[in-house]
Ligand binder design. Structure first.
Ligand code: HAM
Length: 449
């Protein structure tokens, strides 16, 4: 027997409906801010990520799924979305049109991380990128879109952390200062090496003894150049205007190298170690790094899998059903007719299923109950002769008879959110139909426990 590769989740019903709900709620937030959809390849030239994301990052040095294709080209399954979007922007000259270019994407990403709850080797992101304009109002917009997406899901148990990482102007001097500070500490060899490669990462060390040692380390936010300082202050001001709550975290470290100026993370408190439900920031040098113009961009990636876990943890997911109406045929002729009626209902936009397989009446009703449908459309041979069908509200067992010719209309009425039940489905209400109780459908209903 096969099982899915290690660390790769399957989403099957009913969870898969919740997954789709999370994804579409997040993409809706992007659409509401004018982002256009891009569908990009899940694999790209390996060099794109090595150059874009940074050779020194864990993502590139340890976590990429890289292989040679049949033409001996080095290919990598995308570990993140920003580099691919920049590649597409440059390739299709979108940066020569009106700016900013605002794009969103949704799809699978791949990182060979040690799997655990909320950390997968194939995971899903909804991401946005706004490319070509360095305006702090755009940073605030991007952050607000992420926040709006999570709020639209009903999430409240998360916080937004922001900071500024400076730019090519002020970061090198700060980096040197930090390295000088770290060089004086009695760090172990591995940490010392990390301090050489990426000193910022040492600030994010989770070990209490290291935390204590770096407590007095210089922070980027205290060493920003005037331009970056003003930029950061404006972003915070716009966020306040937008009503987006945030906390500053000057020790935030992101796992990708391209960030400059604004960086941010959405952190959920109910998920244990894998608490980052989304993150992003501005990237000044990425486009030029990939062979394009000197244009800046800003964006985020929101973790769909983790947002789903967060929504489950907070109990904010609605009930999902896969179907509205299920047809229960009692006999061959009734089946033939219900097959046709199901087609009509679907064409009218009603999600319709049938009980298949020539089951007994009892098994048929059991299947209808299990389907999750709100209504059952029951048809027996005698009903067929009389030109009627039974329309049953499965939650209450209440049933009315409707003319077969009016079924589509009756079902639509009964499904309207304002309808009180199937009584609304038939002109004259339930009383008008009480005389039908001699039908085989009514008998069947009485027999069903
Ligand atoms: P990232 O922080 O690496 O950023 O990933 C964004 C989000 O993807 C994380 O906050 C997390 O929710 C989710 N995620 C990452 N790795 C995993 C995993 N192994 N399992 C489950 N979920 C995961 C980026 O990828 C940037 N491209 C975001 C960005 C866009 N920055 C600017 N533009």
């Amino acid at each position: 027997m096969f099982s899915a590769p290690k660390g790769v989740p399957d989403y099957i019903p009913p969870t898969s409906a919740a997954f789709l709900h999370v994804r579409s709620t997040l993409t809706r937030a992007a659409e509401l801010a004018g982002y256009g959809y891009v569908e990009l390849p899940v694999f790209e030239d390996t060099a794109l990520f090595a150059r874009g994301v940074g050779e020194s990052t864990d993502v590139v040095s340890k976590e990429m799924y890289t292989f040679l294709d049949r033409g001996d080209r080095s290919i990598t399954l995308r570990p993140e979305g920003t580099a691919g979007v920049m590649r597409a922007v440059i390739e299709h000259s979108l940066d020569r049109g009106s700016l900013p270019v605002k794009l969103y994407y949704a799809g699978q990403f791949f990182r060979a991380e040690a799997p655990q709850a909320g950390r997968y080797r194939q995971f899903h992101q909804v991401g946005i990128e706004a490319v070509g304009v360095d305006d702090p109002a755009l940073d605030a917009e991007v952050i607000a879109v992420g926040d709006a997406g999570f709020r639209a899901l009903g999430l409240t148990g998360y916080r937004l952390e922001i900071t500024s990482l400076g730019d090519a102007n002020c970061r090198p001097a700060y980096r040197e200062k930090l390295q000088e500070f770290l060089a004086k500490l009695p760090l172990d060899e591995a940490t010392r090496q990390r301090a050489e490669l990426n000193p910022l990462r040492v600030l994010d060390d989770k070990r209490p003894e290291v935390r204590e040692m770096v407590a007095g380390a210089p922070l980027m936010v205290d060493h920003l150049c005037d331009e970056c300082r003003t930029h950061y202050d404006l972003v915070k001001g716009y966020l306040t205007e937008l009503g987006v709550k945030f906390a500053e975290n000057p020790r935030m470290v992101r796992g990708l190298d391209y960030y400059t100026k604004t960086t941010f993370e959405f952190v959920h408190d109910g998920l244990g170690a894998q608490s980052g439900i989304g993150g992003g920031g501005r990237y000044d040098g990425l486009m030029a790094q990939l062979g394009g113009q000197e244009l800046s961009g800003v964006g985020f990636g929101l973790g769909v899998d983790r947002a789903l876990l967060a929504a489950q943890a907070e109990g904010v997911l609605p009930e999902f059903s896969r179907v509205d109406v299920i047809g229960v045929p009692l006999g061959e002729a009734a089946r033939a007719r219900l097959v046709a009626v199901a087609g009509e209902l679907r064409a009218a936009g009603v999600r319709t299923d049938l009980v298949y397989g020539g089951r007994s009446m009892k098994a048929g009703f059991k299947a209808a109950d299990k389907s999750g449908a709100r209504l059952a459309l029951v048809l027996g041979e005698r009903d067929l002769e009389a030109g009627v069908a039974g329309l049953k509200t499965l939650a209450t067992g209440e049933q009315v008879s409707v003319a077969l010719a009016d079924v589509v209309q009756a079902v639509r009425e009964a499904l309207k959110p304002s309808a009180e039940g199937i009584a609304d489905a038939v002109p004259g209400g339930v009383e008008a139909l009480a005389s039908d109780l001699g039908s085989d459908v009514a008998e069947a209903v009485r027999e069903t426990p």
